[in-house]
Design a protein around this ligand. Structure first.
Ligand SMILES: Nc1ncnc2c1ncn2[C@@H]1O[C@H](COP(=O)(O)OP(=O)(O)OP(=O)(O)O)[C@@H](O)[C@H]1O
Ligand SMILES: [Mg+2]
Length: 252
């Protein structure tokens, strides 16, 4: 479990995160949603330690990450897997070399153990045998799946996915969503997904955090989101007449 306690963060006097408290649960797909500029990425960067909070604390399974120095954070960092926006594969490395990267950085596996692990991960994302291809030779969906394979290489306890569906067609997006859900349940990982994709939220959102103007405006699950009277959230999830009609149907 990741706990965020009264976290605030600003830049040059401009408050971006305002006293945010929430929790992200193991074996669940936890979403952070909100409009562009609402502070989703800043919150995520604070959680993974790419940015320092101004106030508040972040706990990883009761370990206070905020008070640890760089060196002591290393243990927790090694338990994180990250799927970056746009997959962010190394273009000069093959699929295999991309997935080997975190293993070479963090594991004490032998070369053959690492290669075994690469192949297990490739199989898991349905890319068996694609070891020698370069990112430029893959479709967008295959690149995302390679990114997921790399993110799960170290068996992460905490999995972060930033816009995993951006740029994918709706059916491929569903393949990626299902993969994220299956991996989360299989590894019991605490998964945090940042997304604009309402289909994903309504499909796999076990816990949803809605950030509005830097504040945590709403928390709930994918059923509760249909019945919320939070106006900002309703406008975000069901922005058009068409979507509002769908909501009425879903409410039943
Ligand atoms: N390094 C930084 N320095 C100054 N301001 C920043 C920095 N990073 C983010 N901000 C500001 O913080 C606010 C929130 O940005 P953030 O990237 O968290 O938005 P977001 O919710 O992730 O939006 P999007 O959906 O567009 O990715 C924005 O106003 C942005 O300009
Ligand atoms: Mg962002």
């Amino acid at each position: 479990m990741i706990e965020v306690k009264s976290v605030s963060k600003g830049f040059a006097g401009n408050a971006v995160l305002k006293n945010i408290s929430t929790a992200f649960y193991p074996g669940k797909v936890n979403f952070i949603i909100g409009r562009s500029g609402s502070g989703k990425s800043v919150l995520t960067k604070c959680i993974v330690g790419l940015m320092e909070v101004d106030q508040g604390e972040i706990f990883f399974d009761n370990r206070n990450f905020t008070i640890l120095d760089r060196w002591d954070r290393k243990d927790i960092r090694q338990e994180m897997g990250m799927l970056f926006q746009g997959s962010a594969l190394f273009s000069s490395l093959t699929v295999e070399e991309n997935i080997l990267f975190p293993l070479q950085m963090f594991s004490s596996f032998s070369k053959s153990e690492m290669l075994d692990r690469v192949n297990v991960c490739l199989k898991r994302v349905n890319l068996e045998g694609k070891n020698r291809l370069y990112p430029s030779e893959l479709s967008g969906g295959m690149q995302k799946r390679t990114g997921i394979a790399r993110a799960i290489a170290m068996n992460p306890r905490y999995l972060f996915c930033d816009e995993p569906n951006s740029g994918l067609d709706p059916q491929t997006a569903i393949v990626i969503d299902n993969l994220i859900r299956e991996i989360t349940y299989e590894f019991n990982s605490t998964t945090i997904v940042i997304s604009h994709d309402m289909n994903s939220v309504l499909e796999i959102g076990d816990h949803i955090n809605f950030i509005y103007q830097g504040e945590l405006s709403w928390r709930g699950n994918k059923t509760e989101i249909l019945h919320t009277d939070n106006e900002a959230l309703n406008n975000f999830v069901f922005p058009s007449k068409f979507m509002q009609q769908i909501r009425e149907k879903l409410r039943g």
